[in-house]
Design a protein around this ligand. Structure first.
Ligand code: PLP
Length: 404
């Protein structure tokens, strides 16, 4: 008799986005004349930039010619891309990360979900509340969590670190000591950033207690403030305690192409074992790399032209973010984020719950956002708006919300 992995049965359904979809469908069916604007999506909407398209075309042509055809990609990624990442994302910023400490992958979702596999099942995780759901869900699948408390919306055996208005949506050091600490800055869903000094405190803490930080830098390209670090390796001692995840999704529109990378410095050891070698073993066995043509497209992002074009795209989204932030502030709403991230975190007005505000916004303004409680209990009373829409739609949505 085959047993299924019972941990999967503990998982909660993907309630948040299916519930949003259901409510929007019902509303649109009952009100077919209403134009609904979505400010809830986490996916990008601008097309790939010309420098990337040209690199894709050239790589496709190479794959069609006998002399330049490529078969299996190297397990850890092509050297041309790892060298470029090391030079542009790290050494240019004063971080000593070598090409062979970079693992090219098919995106930060896979890596943020898979990285827990190299750690023992008894390690306790710490996560921000609210949080990108992949970190907790994949630890549930692995059996690292206890039971889910429906009333509180929390798993046992997980250290939750509330991110609230009081702490500026950056968590305090936990009172109970975890082994694995997931941090994501700039943050999804709150849009909050962390200063370099504050992140240094986390690195010092992790080194003191022997914890490992898994640092998700998926939104790094959106940073505008100079005291916000682009990489955890800007902090002293991070090579001994931190793994960093990157994505090409939000900086260059690769959500459909799929490309990311993970950094594991060779100095990061636990029980005398280099975590680098465990992750290399995993990549070699359960390959989740990216195709040659996609890696060439990733390389093109770093060219002078590529950089100019992707920066313009990020600026497009950030113009939306500023418009939402300024517009809602001027209308008297309490909003944060949107300065170093494409997400705006809005306090629901009049003490409405996240879902009550969702329904109100949908029916009164025909605007869709994401209820904050869907990312964790500390998100109750908050609402996430995203900057990934078209500028014209964003303007219209903000004008409608202002009239609420
Ligand atoms: N990490 C965070 C915090 C995210 O919000 C997302 C996507 O929304 C990802 C990772 C996924 O990145 P990728 O598209 O590279 O898988």
């Amino acid at each position: 008799m085959v047993n299924v992995n019972g941990n999967y049965l503990k998982l909660r359904g993907s309630y948040l986005f299916s519930e949003i979809g259901k409510r929007v469908r019902e509303y649109s069916a009952a009100n077919p004349d209403k134009k609904v604007i979505r400010l809830g999506i986490g996916d990008v909407t601008r097309p790939l930039v010309p420098a990337v398209i040209d690199a894709l075309h050239a790589a496709v042509d190479e794959m069609g010619a006998e002399e330049t055809f490529r078969g299996y990609a190297p397990d850890l990624g092509y050297e041309f891309l790892r060298d470029t990442i090391s030079r542009c994302d790290y050494k240019a910023k004063g971080c000593p990360i070598e090409p062979d400490e970079i693992f090219v992958s098919d995106g930060a979702k896979s890596d943020s979900g898979n990285i827990q596999e190299i750690f023992g099942v008894n390690n306790r995780i710490a996560v921000c509340d609210p949080v990108y759901p992949v970190y907790v869900d994949t630890n549930v699948m692995a059996g690292r969590t206890g039971v889910f408390d429906e009333a509180k919306g929390l798993w046992s055996n997980v250290v939750y670190m509330p991110c609230t208005a009081e702490n500026g949506f950056a968590p305090e050091l936990p009172k109970e000591t975890p082994e694995l600490i997931y941090l994501c800055f700039p943050n999804n869903p709150t849009g909050a950033a962390i200063t370099k000094d504050k992140l240094q405190e986390w690195v010092d803490y992790a080194n003191k207690v022997g914890a490992v930080i898994i640092y998700d830098a998926a939104y790094e390209a959106y940073i505008t403030e100079s005291n916000v670090p682009h990489s955890i390796y800007e902090c002293e001692g991070a090579r001994e305690c931190a793994i960093e995840l990157h994505s090409f999704s939000k900086n260059a529109g690769f959500t459909g192409l799929r490309l990311g990378y993970t950094v594991i410095p060779k100095d990061l050891k636990r029980e005398g074992v280099m975590l680098h070698s465990l992750w290399a073993r995993r990549h070699g066995t359960k390959y989740n790399g990216a195709p040659y043509i996609v890696q060439r497209a990733g390389e093109a992002v770093y060219s002078e032209l590529g950089q100019a074009q992707v920066r313009e795209q990020v600026a497009y989204y950030m113009r939306n973010a500023s418009y939402i932030l300024d517009g809602l502030k001027s209308a008297g709403f309490t909003v944060s984020g949107g300065v170093n991230a494409p997400y705006i975190w809005m306090k629901t007005p009049d003490g409405l719950s996240s879902w009550e505000f969702f329904d109100h916004l949908l029916s009164a303004a025909n605007v869709v956002g994401t209820p904050g409680v869907g990312f964790g209990p500390s998100g109750e009373g908050y609402f996430r708006l995203t900057a990934f829409g078209r500028f014209e739609d964003t303007v219209e949505a903000v004008e409608r919300i202002k009239k609420l």
